[in-house]
Design a protein around this ligand. Structure first.
Ligand code: HEM
Length: 405
């Protein structure tokens, strides 16, 4: 009964209220049942909103990843082909093998070495805007930074960068709960272009290896095993898309949260050493990835419910990260919060590969922005969120400040 009330009257992820502030909806769901069966958009699935159950499902090998795109459709075909080879949609042992190979190339050392490049890029982006006294923080700062960094890492030519915003924008919609047949068709078209693009670039790198991630992925070897051509293409696309959408959102959501909480913002400006805990708190408070999906491979009892073999489970990370059982005052932004074991990067075998890179970029971006632009203020009272459900992502974030030379 209670569950039906929540279902009928409150949880409509397509409503403007949900888009503006999904957290009261998550709270209502959690209060009704932390593991909740309901229909949303056009599908029936379990929605998990409590930390304990979210954590345990992510760690449980009885829940697996599945591709959710029909391979038979001609329009979606190229997209399905990429996903079939993508680590994010694989289970052991295939996942273990791919993760091992990519970890040989995508190392903590490689990320540390990027520090000066990220700092220089942040300063250049700010320099461009500093004379004007205003800035659209997403398109002029939070978006270009991760794109510049990941394309540089992969070794993608500078002139091709702009194309990627459009492509990534289409691809993110193909894995969101809000996706439609139209978004899948557009995704198929983009996938075809991306595959062509990367085949040709990988071909060039095979001939002439460079000091970049793509060349290292080509060479990565584990006990005589290597990534094949399809896996290489899928891995480059995964790194490219995963590497910038979410990081852009971390920086954008972070700046919005700080500017909406002037005392917290001031505390961070006065004590930049708090930047690490501040980033963790932003990841918890406005998690860029709000949900992820698994399928039960057998009947599993969890949170007082039985999830049947084959059923789909949405693990709502954004809700788990606001669970009052684990986080005191979960709706308060507290940049000094410790411990802070949020699930913004997932957990278990699919734990985000790029977490150290995302943290580094966000730390440098937000710290530098606060230091270099002390008069920064929001130029809107009503932030505009994109119509995505699984991702928390701003359309735009206009800010202004005193001009400097
Ligand atoms: C704030 C930024 C980021 C957030 C919030 C984020 C979030 C996540 C989450 C939640 C997962 C797990 C998905 C699941 O369990 O179903 C994941 C996986 C992944 N992320 Fe990230 N990510 C971020 C940045 C990055 C960056 C910068 C990269 C790479 C350049 C990256 C690459 C990946 C990859 C390759 C996986 C798949 C790992 C696997 O399947 O083993 N992510 N990310």
């Amino acid at each position: 009964m209670v569950e039906n009330i929540v279902q009928a009257s409150r949880f409509n992820p397509l409503s403007p209220e949900f888009r503006t502030n999904p957290y009261p909806f998550y709270d209502a769901l959690r209060a009704a049942a932390p593991v909740h069966w309901m229909s949303s958009i056009d599908q029936e699935a379990w929605f998990v909103t409590s930390y304990k159950e979210a954590f345990s499902i992510l760690k449980d090998c009885r829940f697996e990843k599945r591709m959710r795109i029909p391979e038979t459709s001609e329009a979606y075909g190229p997209l399905a082909h990429i996903q079939k080879n993508m680590m994010l949609f694989k289970n052991p042992p295939d996942h273990t093998r791919l993760r091992m190979l990519v970890s040989k190339a995508f190392t903590p050392h490689m990320i540390e070495r990027l520090y000066p490049y990220i700092e220089e890029t942040v300063n250049e982006l700010l320099h461009k805007a500093q004379h004007t006294g205003k800035m659209e923080l997403i398109s002029e700062f939070a978006f270009p930074l991760p794109v510049i960094v990941i394309t540089k890492m992969l070794g993608i030519p500078v002139d091709d960068r702009d194309q990627f915003r459009e492509w990534a924008n289409v691809l993110i919609r193909t894995i969101d709960l809000s996706r439609t047949d139209e978004s899948l068709e557009q995704g198929g078209e983009v996938a075809r272009n991306l595959v062509g693009y990367f085949h040709s670039l990988i071909g060039q790198r095979r001939q002439h290896p460079q000091n970049d991630l793509m060349s290292q992925l080509i060479q990565a070897e584990e006990e005589g095993d290597r990534l094949n051509e399809d896996e290489l293409v899928a891995m480059c696309i995964l790194l490219l898309v995963a590497g910038h959408e979410t990081t852009m959102n971390l920086i954008g959501n972070g700046m919005l949260s700080l500017l909406q909480h002037p005392q917290q913002c001031e505390k961070l400006r006065e004590n930049p050493a708090l930047i690490s805990t501040a980033i963790e708190e932003i990841l918890r408070y406005e998690s860029p990835t709000q949900m992820t999906v698994r399928f039960a491979t057998e009947d599993v009892e969890i949170g007082g419910k039985v999830i049947r073999k084959g059923q789909q489970v949405y693990i709502v990370l954004g809700a788990a990260n606001r669970d009052p059982e684990v986080f005191s005052d979960p709706d308060q932004l507290d940049i000094t919060r410790t411990p802070n074991h949020h699930l913004a990067f997932g957990t278990g075998i699919h734990f985000c590969l790029g977490a150290p890179l995302a943290r580094l970029e966000a730390e440098i971006a937000i710290r530098t922005l606060l230091q270099r632009v002390p008069t920064l203020k929001l130029d809107t009272n009503i932030p505009q969120w994109r119509g995505l459900i699984g991702f928390r992502s701003l359309h735009a974030l206009p800010v202004s400040f005193e001009k400097t030379r």
